[in-house]
Design a protein around this ligand. Structure first.
Ligand SMILES: Cc1cc2nc3c(=O)[nH]c(=O)nc-3n(C[C@H](O)[C@H](O)[C@H](O)COP(=O)(O)OP(=O)(O)OC[C@H]3O[C@@H](n4cnc5c(N)ncnc54)[C@H](O)[C@@H]3O)c2cc1C
Length: 335
């Protein structure tokens, strides 16, 4: 049996950002995950406070929180060896003047361009590459395991995997995405986790002319990626199917090729299940159970808010005062 300081269950962006933050602070962290594709690997990796606030018509307070989440990225990326792309993003909606003024009201920089509105305030990472880099930061050990049970034992948490392997640690971070609650969690937490709403998302990678920056129109975006673009993404509430939808892939491909005015070839779609809390913000921080912390439910902003979640969870583990946004992400705010 191994006994690290902290066990993180789940190697999505929230689990790995938390593990990277803890590793940087000198904790010995073990991350357990079966290694199958997850929502974080399916994502476009946009760090997009401006466009998310505009498109989702977020309140000024919510938009400001997203902007503060984005502001944690440069130092986090630097420390973890991730490449941050700061090309900005373009929005082509029916009323560019109104969009410009809405972005300005929310505190984002923006300018009118021939096709719409451009903001330099949205950035991007390559999701798949970043997950791989985060998995190998110092202080972090990753093990392939599906956790099937958790229980309190001798003032620590005992975790068991499907093949009988066991781990014991004083501190556990549950970062299991939209999955069901781990068997054995106290009932109060089981209820909190079961209330997370699944939202299926599909995007289609296309080999084509690479856009200079993210281009978004109502219901569709083209994000730069490798030798082309990622065409995304569907928002399908209460759908947990991870099978690709060929019709959606066709629509995404045609839409993005028309948007970019080029030809291209679609690749295998990427599908992920996002988890969403009732107010759309993550649940990050300590629970009422000693040593048990959550890093869950960032809806469609898991990449954007990864460093903020990591920081708040790590501060909670160390018992320190955290960021001013910590209360808004308190996992017990719905209890
Ligand atoms: C198509 C698509 C596009 C998106 N684009 C963006 C974007 O551009 N920008 C952005 O910010 N966000 C985007 N998102 C949202 C973002 O991907 C999610 O918010 C984020 O990935 C959620 O991360 P997570 O760590 O909570 O969950 P996940 O990435 O799902 O990770 C959870 C992990 O927990 C593991 N796990 C579950 N149960 C167990 C268990 N019992 N034992 C061990 N491990 C377990 C799973 O295997 C999984 O690896 C997108 C999502 C989709 C689907």
């Amino acid at each position: 049996m191994s006994s690290p300081d902290v066990i993180v269950v789940g190697a999505g962006v929230l689990g790995l950002c938390t593990a990277a933050e803890l590793g940087a602070r000198g904790h010995a962290v073990t991350v357990l995950d079966p290694g199958a594709p997850n929502a974080s690997a399916a994502a476009a990796g946009m760090i997009a406070p401006a466009m998310e606030s505009l498109i989702d018509q977020l309140t000024p307070a919510h938009a400001a929180l997203l902007a503060r989440g984005r502001d944690l990225w440069p130092a986090f990326a630097d420390r973890s060896g991730l490449e941050l792309h700061r090309e900005g993003a373009e929005w082509r909606g029916p009323d560019p003047e109104a969009d410009l003024s809405r972005l300005a009201d929310l505190g984002f920089a923006a300018e009118l361009r021939s096709d719409g509105v451009f903001t330099p305030d949205d950035w991007r990472v390559d999701a798949v590459e970043s997950l791989s880099l985060l998995s190998s930061v110092p202080g972090l050990t990753r093990q392939t395991a599906q956790v099937t049970a958790i229980r309190r034992e001798s003032e620590e948490w005992l975790l068991q995997a499907e093949d009988g392997r066991k781990w014991l640690a004083p501190t556990v971070v549950v970062a299991t995405g939209a999955a069901a609650a781990l068997p054995g969690l106290p009932e109060s937490l089981e209820r909190v986790i079961s209330a997370i709403r699944p939202i299926r998302g599909q995007l289609t990678p296309i080999r084509c002319q690479r856009p200079a920056q993210v281009v978004r129109v109502p219901g569709l975006y083209a994000a730069p990626s490798g030798d082309g673009a990622l065409a995304g993404a569907t928002m399908e509430f209460d759908n947990r199917s991870t099978l690709p939808d060929a019709e959606a892939a066709r629509r995404q491909t045609e839409g993005v090729l028309a948007l970019l005015g080029c030809e291209g070839v679609a690749r295998e779609p990427r599908v992920g299940i996002r988890g969403a809390s009732a107010d759309g913000l993550p649940m990050a921080g300590p629970t009422a159970e000693p040593g048990l912390h959550l890093a869950l439910a960032p809806r469609r902003n898991g990449w954007l808010l990864g460093p903020m979640v990591g920081r708040i969870v790590a501060d909670g583990i160390e018992g320190r005062a955290s960021l001013p946004d910590a209360p808004a992400l308190d996992p017990l705010r719905f209890a």
